[in-house]
Design a protein around this ligand. Sequence first.
Ligand code: ATP
Length: 363
Amino acid sequence: MATAVDYKIKVENVTKEYELFKTQTDKLKSFFALNRKPVPHFWSLMGISLEVKAGETLGLIGVNGSGKSTLSNIISGIIPQTSGIVDVRGDTSIIAIRSGLRGNLTGLENIRLKALMLGLTNEEIDNLMDDIVSFADIGDFLYQPVKSYSSGMKSRLGFSIAAHVNPDILIIDEALSVGDDTFYQKCVDKITEFKDEGKTIIFVSHSLKQVEKLCDRVAWIHYGTLKEIGQTAEVVQNYKDFVKWFKSLDKKEKHSFQRRMKENQKAFDIDAFQADVVKQREAAHPEEKNVPAKVKKAFYGSVISEKMSVGNQLLTWAAVVLLVLLCWVNISGHSLNQVVKDPSVLIHPTEQITPVGSYSKSK
Ligand SMILES: Nc1ncnc2c1ncn2[C@@H]1O[C@H](COP(=O)(O)OP(=O)(O)OP(=O)(O)O)[C@@H](O)[C@H]1O
């Protein structure tokens, strides 16, 4: 019998690995699994587990580079996790300064594109357009490509779109830090309205004041790990204590601390982590069978690989070979039928090929 879930978002043992390629060519080679050179790895998330309940506002805090945006982008489906379960029950709509808007499209085009991607019909978008435009309040910039916008304008537009498409879950990643005071207040009012409507919100911010004002609970992400999750006042206070401690260090000590943390993220061993999860689960549920297989499925069962599978690699190479062959047949001047009957004709091009710009006398 299926058990009812009491969460809106569940993240279990989620990791995110980045390969630090030096060039785009190295990246492309790796995609086709052609890279022989070892590439440095970096684990942006090293096994995060948390749940967000329906109607709850969860704050994500942590120092720069701790993994807040990586986690919120994984939850909103913008990037895939490397391992772990991400279960999101509802439509997410992310408001982030850094993602979601296409620079070459105008503000108006971005509104339509994002709304279409979120499943709205053109008629629904037409009905919402005036509200979105008036909330964003960016004047004639609406007709300019978004790449010409200031970060405040991008934030206005991004917030306005996401807030009007009526998502069930809202992920707000640093959206309020760049607007002016009037816009900030408008956003806070809108977020409060969402909270009153019972929407689930993830709020990523460096402003502890905003977090204290808006969040029911807070998760402190610390160099790829979940350091603490709990009541806002308590977690924020512990984080403030950490920041105070860090600030009390001299420059050399600060660098050394940050280096140690980053080294730790480079050295993370996913297999050892998986083995640990198995051990803990076996200890907690001694009667449970096939724990290693179940944990393996939970780690990789729902993950979309960013590398090509062997099957896809074979298919791609087969397609490339076929394409080259067809081009060769075309250039040779023989018909496909002739080549199939006698492939050796490929190395004897027909004499009927007419050079470009000349008139064929053989007609
Ligand atoms: N595409 C990428 N390739 C390589 N490393 C990345 C990539 N994206 C993020 N990272 C690294 O992952 C880590 C986490 O980054 P993330 O942006 O999630 O942190 P953050 O907590 O949101 O930081 P901030 O508070 O500065 O916005 C950082 O060390 C960052 O350099």
